[in-house]
Design a protein around this ligand. Structure first.
Ligand code: PHE
Length: 332
């Protein structure tokens, strides 16, 4: 019975149960046999005891052997199940993609770096002086109003434009200057195309004999690189306190090639950024001789460029973290 029983055991758990049933403790079968001693005729007892002991010895030996075999078998099974097939194709893991605003930011930095611009990251908390006064913004300009600007204290505010960085750069560096300043800006503004926080990229070039033609030439290259060959720009007069003259820059509609479509509302042109020749007063505020030097500056809204390029009609979609939106824009 022991022999057959042992053969049928399937796991070491069953083996140990079997052992305690037959061989261990007072209630085991072997103890039962020993207890039978009293019912055996006295002259038979010595023989009986010897046989039972031999049986016990034998059973323990068998048990040990089966235990070893069992352990070996279970180890093999474990190895088998843990075997790794290195030739299997790897499970695909989603690595995600860059956010559309990050894509545009990277793309623009690449383009401008190729033209010799250096990146200067300004500060998000500014004083009224850097964000407005040094940029020639009159005390009563509506942008200073509590409606548009987030004031942290009478002295500090969240910058409303990366133009604030222009001043820091010009205070610390003599021309030639060629910098690009990307970063977050903040305005009390909230609708389908405006968000209280968005990203701008400021460009500033100051050197001898810089004119609007230099700006226009650079912008043409820029829009061709972003929106494709054949895209051009046109400048419309505008107003910014820190540039004179100031221009609003349109690019020819890349969706319809300038013929007129829903994207450009039939005009063939799309407004992409603000720019101008740096106001002499701003140069002077930073200790740069405005007779010797001139410059141009431009400010690009990154969300706007991303929305146009990827056909996104609500700026909130860019900040919603909705993967159904973000997964559609899958560039490296
Ligand atoms: N700072 C301007 C804005 O936020 C953009 C701009 C930058 C215009 C540089 C002209 C020159 O709208």
């Amino acid at each position: 019975k022991i022999e057959n029983g042992l053969e049928e055991l399937k796991s070491s758990k069953e083996l140990y149960e079997f052992k305690s049933e037959y061989l261990e403790g007072k209630k085991s079968k072997i103890s039962g046999l020993m207890k039978e001693m009293k019912n055996i005729a006295p002259e038979e007892r010595a023989n009986y005891g010897k046989s039972v002991n031999e049986l016990k010895e034998w059973a323990l030996g068998r048990f040990q052997k089966v235990e070893e075999e069992m352990k070996e078998r279970e180890l093999q099974k474990k190895y088998e199940s843990e075997k790794i097939d290195l030739t299997l194709p790897a499970e695909e893991t989603a690595i995600g993609n860059l956010h559309p605003v990050t894509l545009i930011r990277k793309q623009l930095i690449d383009i401008f770096a190729g033209m010799g611009f250096e990146v200067y990251e300004g500060r998000e908390i500014e004083t009224d002086y850097y964000n407005f006064t040094a940029l020639n913004t009159p005390q009563d300009h509506p942008a200073r109003d509590m409606q548009d600007t987030f004031y942290l204290s009478p002295e500090f505010l969240l910058r409303t434009q990366t133009s604030a960085g222009q001043i820091h750069v010009m205070e610390n560096k003599k021309p030639p200057i060629k910098i690009l300043s990307p970063g977050r800006v903040f305005r009390s503004d909230d609708d389908a195309t405006h968000s209280p926080m968005f990203h701008q990229m400021e460009g500033l070039v100051v050197d001898k004999n810089i004119t609007l033609c230099d700006l226009k030439g650079m912008l043409d290259v820029l829009v061709q690189k972003i929106y494709g060959e054949g895209t051009t720009t046109r400048l419309r007069p505008s107003y910014f306190p820190f540039t004179e003259p100031s221009v609003e820059v349109d690019c020819s509609c890349f969706a319809c090639g300038g013929k007129g479509c829903s994207l450009c509302k039939g005009t063939g042109w799309i407004e992409v950024l603000g720019a101008g020749i740096v106001n002499k007063r701003v140069l002077e505020n930073c200790g740069i001789d405005s007779e010797e030097y001139s410059g141009f500056a431009f400010g690009i809204g990154l969300e706007r460029i991303a929305m146009l390029k990827y056909g996104i009609n609500n700026i909130k979609l860019l900040f919603g973290s909705d993967l159904r939106v973000l997964n559609q824009i899958n560039e490296k």
